[in-house]
Ligand binder design. Structure first.
Ligand code: ATP
Ligand code: MG
Length: 742
């Protein structure tokens, strides 16, 4: 092959081309950030096809659905018309389970329960379990224990035998009932999508052989973040045909809290002794400054394989540490910087990304963007589908697809109200339990249920009939099904006839659901309502992100994985936030936080800003913040770049209160000690009069804010305040207790 003439091999380094052209046998690509790992996977898929491998025999696994979609498009550009199976582990699991439903003792229309549904079933199971002590634990804790068991491929029995602590014992009992309830509802949870196929592959040789023969070539991106179940899937799918190619960077393993195990990648050569190992040591993404800063930070991790990463990219701008007076300032100044850069045509909005350690930290920057008219997108789940009205409609759809789905039944049955009370539903549940049938079927036979009479009986019967009629249309196009549900269920009429002004917006939202389904269908005419539901349930934060829009992207560090942006700001690089306070006790946890910081930093192509603030408004409190110990681990030239940005506004209002301005230098914190957590701040003095726009104040409940407006006199005097995390609020000036922040 002449690489110059082959677009698949063009613009690859010799090492990358080597990896792409490797055909048979296990392959491990261990390489640093931005070295072309994902590019290699993409090209390798295309190359395999070019060499005559059937698309049907190739399976490529990505970390997010979005990454899968992108890879699909790239491959389609290189070799049009190939439908290779590219998906996340979870989507792969779901598809396998539908295709081979009989192996899993499920009906192929099973529902995938999300975290909310799962919690409901856990609660039901906890109520049903008879072991003493169950009430000592929250459903969350029990749920986590069950999730852990599934990730380790333990059935309830195996879990019971293995666990010797109290929580584990209790959880294993709940686990057994929980699985039974899921089974009754023909439903599975997220963990099952990995757990069940992995267990089946491990224990059913016929099944394993079938899939192994089918997926002759397996490629896995971000392998450093696989958990035990995913690991088993990967291994058992490539036992006969050992054409497994995994790529990853141990320094970017950031999902230990979800069960990821870095050993999976480190032990690959042990698992596949014939593995060819290729390292890529050239970064194509970032400037020298950025790469140097990130590499210096990560080199502090003790538990890691050393690896050098170099780049031919220019030195570029220095990485900068920005220190602000408050989180409000941080947000304001960043917004202004972005605005200025866009105005001077040095960048577009889409070039910017803002990363945060936790979603809660996005509020302030969001307000600042709104105030400055900056287009932005918070990359966080598919919030649209989380709205109550949309969840209601989705419950109808799920019940249509899977009539045994009891959780969806309970959600849909009284929306709109059908006069069915809690007691009637309890009787219905009892009847269903007794006859081993789903709630919908019980409702269809409501005349046989003792104790349900009158309005409730009528309502249940009508609901069952409605679902029966709607079910005839289940094969219709997804958007048409939704249209029908809205109409026939009375849901649209309920919103339309309502006097509640918010119902107008709810109506618009459910109509928008139709549009979403239509777009989904238009992308691929074979998609059904089941596919639509599955896509929504399996979406991760970044899947809702629309990178084509010209806006600033705001997301968590976790969501930023695999992406790249010309200019990156990481907010609140402060002790207790990054590294997270939960990690401060254990070195291995701190190391994971350092990897998280490393992931964030290595997303940046041209410019990188690490921000921190002296006061952080967070969780309803204002705290003196300590700069992150990670900042002290950066190269000296970066630390010298530390720019204290004191805002004009703060300066001009200082001294306005009655106390002397706070002296930061006297603050009794040592930034080197990781164990100190910030304590609540006491600022300024109580204030009763003289309120002016611009003043920074602190409110007991809402935290730090800035006065926007004051008007009226005496008892009618009102003050409007914009809070860092809580938005704008108006108070009666005489009644509200505020402190001025100097
Ligand atoms: P991460 O560790 O963040 O997942 P990665 O190793 O997967 O990164 P890619 O995302 O594949 O790296 O590549 C990083 C950037 O470098 C991309 O913009 C990619 O197009 C570019 N790139 C990769 N290889 C080359 C190359 N040989 N020549 C030019 N650009 C390249
Ligand atoms: Mg990648």
């Amino acid at each position: 092959e002449l690489s110059a003439n082959n677009p698949i091999l063009a613009d690859l380094t010799p090492e990358q081309a080597d990896a792409v052209q490797h055909m048979e046998g296990p392959l491990l690509i261990l390489a640093g950030a931005g070295s072309g790992k994902t590019r290699v996977i993409t090209r390798r898929v295309a190359h395999l096809l070019q060499q005559g491998v059937k698309p049907y025999n190739v399976l490529a696994i990505t970390f997010t659905n979005k990454a899968a979609q992108e890879m699909r498009q790239r491959i389609d550009t290189l070799l049009p018309g190939n439908r290779v199976w590219i998906s996340t582990f979870h989507s792969f699991g779901a598809r396998i389970m539908r295709q081979y439903a009989e192996h899993f003792d499920l009906d192929k229309n099973f529902t995938i329960y999300d975290m909310d549904d799962r919690l409901k079933v856990i609660k039901i199971a906890m109520d049903a379990v008879t072991v003493p002590g169950v009430e000592k634990f929250t459903p969350d804790r029990i749920g986590n224990a069950i999730s852990r068991a599934k990730n380790q491929l333990l059935t309830p029995d195996a879990f019971y035998r293995q666990e010797n602590d109290f929580l584990g014992q209790i959880a294993s009992h709940v686990y057994a009932i929980y699985q039974k309830k899921l089974k009754e509802a023909n439903a599975v949870d997220f963990d099952d999508l990995l757990f069940m196929p992995a267990l089946a592959l491990q224990t059913n040789e016929d099944f394993r052989n079938t899939l192994d023969a089918r997926f002759k070539y397996i490629l896995i991106d971000e392998y450093q973040d696989t958990n035990q179940a995913q690991y088993i899937m990967a291994r058992f799918l490539s036992k006969a045909s050992q054409n497994i190619c995994v790529v990853g960077d141990p320094d970017q393993s950031i999902y230990k809290w979800r069960g990821s195990d870095i050993r999976n990648i480190l032990d690959f050569e042990r698992d596949f002794p014939k593995a060819k190992v290729i390292t890529l040591d050239r970064n194509y993404r970032s400037t020298k400054s950025i790469l140097h800063a990130a590499s210096t930070l990560i080199s502090r991790n003790k538990n890691r394989k050393k690896k050098g990463l170099i780049t031919d990219n220019p030195e570029g701008e220095a990485v900068k540490v920005l220190t602000f007076d408050s989180g409000l300032d941080e947000a304001d100044q960043i917004a202004r910087q972005i605005k200025d850069k866009v105005a001077s045509e040095k960048a577009s909005y889409r070039d910017f990304a803002i990363f945060v350690r936790m979603n809660a930290l996005t509020r302030t920057i969001e307000s600042a963007f709104i105030k400055n008219g900056i287009p932005y997108q918070i990359v966080k789940g598919l919030a649209f589908f989380e709205r109550k009205e949309n969840k209601d409609i989705l419950a109808y759809l799920r019940l249509l697809v899977n009539p045994q789905d009891n959780i969806s039944f309970l959600r849909a049955v009284n929306e709109p109200a059908r006069g069915i009370g809690k007691v009637s539903l309890e009787h219905l549940s009892g009847f269903a339990e007794q006859h081993q049938i789903g709630l919908l079927r019980a409702a269809a036979n409501v005349e046989k249920v003792p104790n349900i009479k009158g309005k409730a009986a009528k309502g249940l019967k009508e609901f069952a009939q409605l679902m029966h009629v709607l079910r005839e249309h289940i094969e219709d196009k997804p958007h048409e099904v939704i249209q029908l549900v809205l109409e026939q269920s009375g849901y649209r009429a309920m919103l339309k006839d309502s006097r509640d002004p918010e119902d107008e917006e709810r109506l618009a939202n459910v109509e928008e659901l139709i549009t979403a389904a239509m777009q989904f269908y238009n992308e691929d005419g074979e998609r059904t309502i089941t596919d639509f539901l599955e896509q929504i349930t399996l979406a991760s934060d970044v899947d809702g992100w629309d990178e084509k829009q010209d806006h600033v992207s705001v997301m968590t560090l976790h969501a930023s994985k695999g992406l790249e942006f010309p200019i990156v700001y990481i907010l609140a690089v402060e002790e207790g936030i990054l590294p997270h306070e939960r990690s401060l006790q254990k070195d291995e946890d701190i190391e994971e936080e350092r990897r998280l910081a490393y992931v964030g930093m290595t997303r940046a192509m041209r410019e990188l800003f690490l921000c921190n603030s002296k006061v952080r408004e967070f969780r309803g409190q204002s705290l003196y913040a300590i700069p992150s110990s990670f900042l002290g681990e950066l190269p000296e030239e970066v630390q010298r770049q530390d720019l204290s940005i004191s805002s004009q506004r703060m300066a001009s209002y200082s001294g306005f209160g009655t106390k002397a301005p706070f002296d930061w230098n006297k603050a009794a914190f040592t930034s080197s000690s990781a164990k100190v957590s910030p304590s609540p701040v006491q600022v300024g003095d109580t204030l009763s009069e003289e309120l002016r726009p611009g003043t920074i104040v602190q409110h007991e409940g809402y935290g730090i804010g800035q006065i926007l407006d004051v008007n009226g006199f005496g008892a009618l005097r009102k003050v409007k305040i914009r809070f860092a995390t809580q938005g704008d609020k108006t108070f009666v000036a005489d009644k509200v207790k505020l402190k001025i922040v100097n």
